[in-house]
Design a protein around this ligand. Sequence first.
Ligand SMILES: Nc1ncnc2c1ncn2[C@@H]1O[C@H](COP(=O)(O)OP(=O)(O)OP(=O)(O)O)[C@@H](O)[C@H]1O
Ligand SMILES: [Mg+2]
Length: 233
Amino acid sequence: MARIITFASSKGGTGKSCVVANLGVAMSQLGKHVMLLDADITMANLGLMLGLEGRKITLHDVLAGEVGVSRAIYRGPEGVKVVPCGISLNGIQRAKIERLKKVVVELAKKTKFLFIDAPSGLDRDAIIAMTLAPELILITTPNILSLSNALKTKIVAERLGVKPLGVIINRITGGDLDLPIDEIKSVLELPILGMIPEDRELRRAMALGEPVITHAPKSPSAREFKRIAAELK
Ligand SMILES: Nc1ncnc2c1ncn2[C@@H]1O[C@H](COP(=O)(O)OP(=O)(O)OP(=O)(O)O)[C@@H](O)[C@H]1O
Ligand SMILES: [Mg+2]
């Protein structure tokens, strides 16, 4: 049975999908069996980040009850397994998110780690994504708006019986406008699992539909993703 972890933040654009994609690729590179599931049914972009856009069968078809989940699993960079969502409006309309729990149970039998990329916010889809896994990693950027939303996410997760493992702080600039790491730690009362710098190489890689791990393996963000990947057991 896999270790299933949801990556969530409430606030949009903190880097959930980037973290899931790059951590997954970095772990796969280390020989760990990882599968990534795009649970952002309406605003999916995990597939795009990993060069898997345009695949004919996606999670949408599985959630529409039309195909089995095995047909929506693809091999991404470094052998990481990915279950992408499509981007068509028709696909979104056909997908029944209530079917996701059963899909996750199936996927968990096929891998050692199952990472779930959650949608932002705390509405129904985000709550469903959170309850798919017993554990959760929070993603925040070092600013007060992101931090307050991360705290909300943590509280909701605990009420749902989901264990927050820790926080990954993303887009650290090192400038004086960043919230201090100690402050983030004391507000969330969680271990800091990673500190990912703001990195142009990551944005460049994303524009090419590639993970930064393979596009610029020595870049500051790639190094930190690889460090976090080695720690996750
Ligand atoms: N460490 C970083 N350095 C530079 N740019 C970054 C970094 N992390 C994320 N970004 C940029 O931030 C944007 C948002 O990232 P991403 O899509 O992963 O966020 P998200 O939390 O999944 O967003 P959403 O809430 O919409 O799902 C992307 O355009 C990405 O290029
Ligand atoms: Mg996302």
